[in-house]
Ligand binder design. Structure first.
Ligand SMILES: N[C@@H](CCC(=O)N[C@@H](CS)C(=O)NCC(=O)O)C(=O)O
Length: 346
């Protein structure tokens, strides 16, 4: 991350230099960095680190209903992993505050998570016992929030959906049938979502300069930037992320020249499995795999790739699944945002 911070720092201050293509790093972190970077310089408003350290947990104590607690999501706006956390909190009707983390300093999480550099982190404060917990990693957050939301209709152990189709980006990253050995169907889909779908998302939204510019144009509509900061973020972000995506495309030899059709095929794979199972990967109810996929897909918001994918032309089944997910997740339950940006509620 800090490698990118340096790249971005110089990019925003002058012109973007040909950095080492950041091909191996989560690109959404980079996007968030690009978007947030000028604010570090321009606004410099940070949230004081917490005095006490919430216990790191994989699950909340049995019997604790998360909806009776104060919940805070530490995130980057564009991060697909953070979108997953938002999806599960929204689905489970959990009101939560959102803290936008400064990707350069991480000052918002440093006070209680100095050993963990990533987002999302969800902090849960139980007002009855006065105890706080932190949950790290989007997959763990999804499981923990569902388990602490009694009454929410989520499929726990789906058996009816088929496995994802075998896919390959290049010889090293092949997700073939062997990759799913010993995994449950839901776990297999989650592996496919991170190992394949997410990679296709990156190369599709930043693959050409015009796509990259469109993505940043959209991301920046949600930011209260001044004109100069906005222009710096827009140009630096679009150029750097386009280089990231192009480097990945060079590496992903099996989808070269067909990354858009490959993305639609992946959407169709997901959608057709879900519709055949009853509307969701989890059958008649969403499962953790649905939430993982939905978070990744939601990070495409505002892009041509998503518009085309949900037009129904590419896959009516994917469109149906996406509509089903929108319906069950519903409106955002997020309260006002706190953090490096000065904003009201979203
Ligand atoms: N396995 C983690 C991955 C989280 C992740 O990679 N987050 C990125 C943002 S998209 C991040 O925080 N990167 C910051 C860094 O690596 O310094 C999860 O599922 O939550």
């Amino acid at each position: 991350m800090f490698r990118y911070a340096r790249v971005l720092g110089s990019a925003a201050r002058s012109r973007v230099r040909q950095s080492r293509p950041a091909a191996l790093h989560p690109s959404a972190a980079l996007a968030a960095s690009v978007v947030s970077f000028p604010l570090c310089v321009v606004a410099c408003e940070t949230v004081a680190p917490s005095a006490t350290k919430p216990a790191i947990v994989q699950a909340l104590p049995e019997g604790l209903d998360i909806r009776t607690c104060k919940v805070t999501l530490y995130q980057f706006e564009s991060c697909p992993f953070c979108r997953k956390a938002r999806a599960v909190l929204d689905l489970c009707n959990v009101p939560y505050d959102v803290v936008e983390v400064n990707p350069l300093t991480k000052s918002e999480t440093k006070g209680f998570a100095d050993d963990y550099k990533k987002v999302p982190i969800v902090v849960v404060e139980d007002p009855i016992t006065n105890t706080s917990y932190q949950i790290r990693d989007s997959k763990i957050i999804i499981g923990a929030v569902i388990a602490a939301s009694p009454g929410v209709a989520v499929a726990s152990n789906n058996q009816s959906t088929r496995l994802p189709h075998s896919v390959t980006l290049n010889d090293e990253t092949a997700l073939d049938a062997k990759a799913y050995t010993d995994l449950s169907i839901d776990e297999a889909w989650i592996k496919w979502i991170e190992g394949y779908l997410l990679q296709l998302v990156v190369v599709n939204i930043y693959g050409t300069m015009s796509e990259s510019m469109e993505t940043f144009d959209y991301l920046l509509t949600h930011k209260d930037f001044g004109w100069v900061a906005k222009q710096a973020s827009y140009w630096a972000g679009s150029i750097v992320m386009n280089q990231v995506a192009r480097a990945r495309l060079r590496k992903y030899k099996h989808i070269q020249g067909r990354h858009r059709p490959a993305f639609f095929e992946a959407c169709n794979d997901l959608g057709s499995a879900a519709v055949a199972a009853g509307g969701f990967l989890g059958g008649s109810r969403p499962s953790p795999a649905d939430l993982n996929a939905y978070g990744v897909i939601r990070s495409l918001e505002g892009t041509k790739s998503l518009r085309e994918a949900i037009s129904g032309d590419a896959s009516p089944e994917f469109k149906k699944w996406y509509e089903n997910m929108n319906a069950v997740v519903g409106e955002s339950k997020a309260n006002a945002k706190i953090g490096t940006t000065k904003r009201g509620s979203q």
